[in-house]
Write a new protein. Structure first.
Length: 389
């Protein structure tokens, strides 16, 4: 295998740790990658010289919208021409829309091609209506054309196989957690000094989006209702300042401005995983909270069983950063074997956890090395797709 093609509906390919690991390992093996999809943000880094981006438009309704007809038609033609010209026999399809496109291309070619489904989001038919329901029905239909599958853990594998009626043997499925390659932090920052936090406080971090689904409401409740242990100072990190129109803006600013509350906002972008890792390494504890809802298909059962598809959780384990998580099947299993932090079912439990848990960075390191180290898992996936029929 010297060349492969990838179709993706996503724009965040180069911030997906699994995809980044895949690209680097393919580069090491001398494999060229033709990436078809929307404009990537950020674009391909210079060190991935084996990846060629081809801007493409893929729509659910094949060629029906006159606005996109030419772009849509050209995108499919470009993929097929590339596969024929480069003699590519492996096509990787990312997420539901990707596997629909991949299945169409495989059938249009009328030739044997290894189609692999890389699943990072699982939609459930019972939660869907309208566009998403049609997307799901077509995803299920084209799942019958796949020859292999990459997914994150046993629970998500079981859910996707059942939901899509996938007929693959265990030898055709690779479990690859969403996890960065190991980053060695040479020197931890002095965050007490940098962020003007009293030296007697232990440091906890929340890093990510702002929304009810990712625990913002629960964090505010923890401080307002006395569920937080004041021995810990929580730094709420976001990539950019929160929009004033955000429903949680006022409460977060209130917490940030109250000098009696051990809480501070830290809106700050980082250029890559390395810079973020250095920042996070200065903390004693992290939060990775997920609260499913029905606002959209991403936040339902897909989030309820996020498991090893949480890149945030794997990053914390890589840094040996004990983490408090909300319960799901995989975390409930892992905490029995690795004391990586704590699992809670309700935010009111957090004070007791903070007061009475012996947090161990070594258990977090052990969990990463055992379950999250991506290169060994990705090697198994590459072995699967190299066995072309």
């Amino acid at each position: 295998m010297h060349k492969i093609a990838i179709v993706t509906p996503n724009t965040d390919t180069f911030t997906n740790p699994t995809m980044t690991t895949l690209f680097h390992m393919l580069k090491e093996r001398g494999v060229d990658v033709f990436l078809f999809g929307r404009q990537q943000q950020p674009s391909c880094p210079e060190n991935l010289s084996n990846v060629k981006e081809i801007k493409s438009v893929f729509r659910l309704n094949l060629f029906k919208n006159p606005t996109y007809f030419w772009k849509h038609w050209t995108s499919y033609v470009n993929v097929i021409r590339c596969i024929r010209r480069e003699k590519i026999t492996t096509l990787l399809a990312v997420d539901p829309m990707g596997v629909i496109v991949g299945g169409r291309i495989k059938r249009l070619l009328g030739k044997k091609i290894h189609l692999s489904y890389l699943s990072f989001e699982i939609f459930f038919k019972e939660e869907l209506t309208g566009h998403y329901l049609l997307l799901k029905e077509k995803e299920i239909y084209y799942s019958a054309t796949i020859d292999s599958l990459l997914i994150q853990d046993e629970k998500r594998r079981s859910l996707l196989i059942s939901e899509n009626n996938i007929k693959l043997s265990p030898k055709q499925i690779a479990l690859v957690p969403v996890s960065p390659m190991k980053i060695e932090v040479q020197e931890k920052p002095d965050l007490h000094a940098e962020l003007n936090i009293p030296v007697d406080k232990k440091l906890a971090v929340y890093s990510g989006s702002v929304g009810e689904w990712c625990g913002t409401k629960a964090i505010i409740e923890a401080f307002d209702k006395g569920y937080w242990d004041d021995n810990y100072w929580l730094v709420f990190h976001t990539r950019k300042p929160i929009d004033k129109e955000n429903e949680f803006y006022a409460d977060l600013m209130r917490l940030d401005n109250d000098v009696t509350i051990p809480f501070s906002m830290h809106p700050h972008p980082f250029d890559g995983f390395e810079e973020l890792a250095v920042f996070l390494s200065g903390f004693d504890l992290a939060l990775a909270l997920y609260y499913p809802n029905h606002d959209n298909p991403y936040y339902g059962k897909n989030m309820q069983e996020i498991g090893l598809s949480s890149g945030k959780f794997s990053m914390y384990m890589m840094l040996g950063l004990p983490t408090i998580v909300t319960a799901c099947a995989i975390y409930n299993e892992l905490i029995q074997k690795y004391s990586f932090g704590a699992v809670i079912t309700d935010i009111h439990q957090i004070k007791n956890v903070l007061l009475n848990t012996d947090f161990s960075k070594w258990s977090a390191f052990e969990l990463f090395d055992s379950q999250f180290e991506p290169k060994n898992r990705m090697k198994l996936f590459l072995e699967i797709i190299e066995k072309i029929h």
